[in-house]
Design a protein around this ligand. Structure first.
Ligand code: GDP
Ligand code: MN
Length: 395
């Protein structure tokens, strides 16, 4: 689950990290005058809140003034003007795709005089199964191009023991810190490391971490992703979820206990079991097309869930053909067959569908598919089924 910047900062403040004060506005715009009075300033920084980076360098669909999603306001009137212009406007950044994301929350923050910008992130490194800190003195907006062109400028430190987050001394020079700043840096890393563990985060990214003109370190931006599988340990964080930021189909699937992830290809895939779903996607790719989605119906799928799952995958306009790959175990292939047929009839679905059944009641399932006279293709062999579905998508 991704958090907005203002939410991330609120959580991190509890770990006593140095973060500028700010106020968040959504439905309380009439409080801007009062709210801003609580903050040091003018000037203030007005920040669009969306679940995507690159806001500073982004632009709005209906232009505010072409200065992007993070702007400085020198008067209260300017705070109000910028807030109104940004709200309900689509902000387009490197990470949003060309339609951008609608801004419905604004964060106004005390300004900071930046001397230097660093990039910092904590994440789980899958290769080593360790907590990894990435830090670079080339921080600020475009860390992706640093990673591409000068990967040596990004330093990686691994932690296997979560009691201490020790930093090697050579980083003081490598990162151009003086002694006092390095000391502040070590304290920040210690606190962020503890925050990462205690929040059950999967990523914390601070870009930029800055040194201000007085020589102090501050967290100027914060992005946190929480580990969904650990959310049951933190029911209080569920209210931080902003479903308007999530893919509609993914949301609908999760409401129905299915795991759907939208992808960019043309072959809709409906499978039971995550491993089989991955293998199905691999074999589709092998025959030259990309899967349109990952969908795991789950081990306890029933007829209704099958119908729902089919409706979800076909609602993606990129889908040209559908491959259904079911290994009957606890779930019975004939029940799945009836679910598919219900969905196809209800939707009057016309695109090609290839069905592959194996396991419990596979032959009963195939009979139902073959007798349906809906033009569904039933194939036993996965390789043949994948070839066929790719072939049908190309017609
Ligand atoms: P992002 O573009 O989505 O990563 O949003 P950020 O919160 O990182 O803001 C983008 C950029 O705006 C930062 O990299 C800073 O250079 C700048 N910025 C943000 N807050 C301040 C501030 O208080 N003072 C100044 N001078 N610049 C700021
Ligand atoms: Mn940033």
């Amino acid at each position: 689950m991704n958090l907005h910047e203002y939410q991330a900062k609120e959580l991190l403040r509890k770990f006593d990290l140095p973060i500028p004060s700010g106020k968040f506005f959504q439905n309380n715009l009439k409080d801007i005058d009062l709210g801003v009075d609580f903050l040091k300033g003018p000037p203030w920084v007005v920040k669009s809140q969306i679940h995507a980076g690159g806001r500073g360098a982004g632009y709005f669909a209906s232009s505010v003034n072409n200065k992007g999603g993070v702007q400085i306001a020198y008067t209260k009137d300017e705070v109000k003007y910028l807030t109104n212009a940004m709200l309900n406007n689509n902000l387009i950044t490197k990470q949003t795709g060309e339609k951008g994301k609608k801004v419905s929350r604004i964060y106004v923050e005390e300004i900071c005089d930046i001397h230097r910008e660093y990039y910092l992130s904590f994440l789980i490194d899958r290769k080593t199964s360790q907590l990894m800190l990435m830090i670079s003195a080339s921080g600020g907006i475009d860390i992706e191009s640093v990673a591409e062109k000068n990967p040596e400028k990004i330093h990686k430190i691994f932690f296997s023991d979560f009691d201490s987050f020790d930093i090697p001394n050579e980083l003081e020079k490598l990162l151009n810190f003086n002694q006092n700043q390095f000391c502040q840096f070590k304290i920040i890393i210690e606190k962020l490391g503890r925050a990462f563990i205690s929040l059950d985060a999967s990523t914390i990214e601070i870009n930029p971490l800055v040194i201000n003109k007085s020589g102090n370190l501050l967290l100027l931006d914060a992005k946190i992703a929480l580990d969904d599988n650990a959310l049951f340990r933190h029911p209080e964080y569920l209210q931080l979820r902003d479903t308007s930021e999530e893919n509609e189909m993914e949301l609908e699937a999760s409401k129905n206990d299915m795991n759907y992830i939208k992808l960019d290809g043309e072959i809709g895939c409906m499978v039971n079991g995550a491993g089989l779903a991955m293998a199905t996607m691999d074999i589709v790719k092998q025959f030259g097309k990309e899967p349109a989605n990952f969908l795991d119906l789950g081990g306890t799928a029933n007829k209704e869930r099958t119908t729902k799952g089919f409706k979800i995958i076909q609602s993606d306009p990129n889908v040209k053909s559908v491959l259904i790959n079911i290994f009957g175990g606890i779930i019975h292939c004939d029940m799945i067959a009836n679910g598919i047929i219900d969905a196809i009839k209800e939707l009057n679905y016309k695109l090609p569908v290839v069905v592959r059944f194996q396991g419990t009641n596979a032959s009963e399932g195939k009979n139902i598919i073959n007798k349906s006279s809906l033009g569904l293709v039933s194939i036993d062999d996965l390789t043949e089924a994948a070839k066929k579905v790719v072939d049908l998508a190309s017609k």
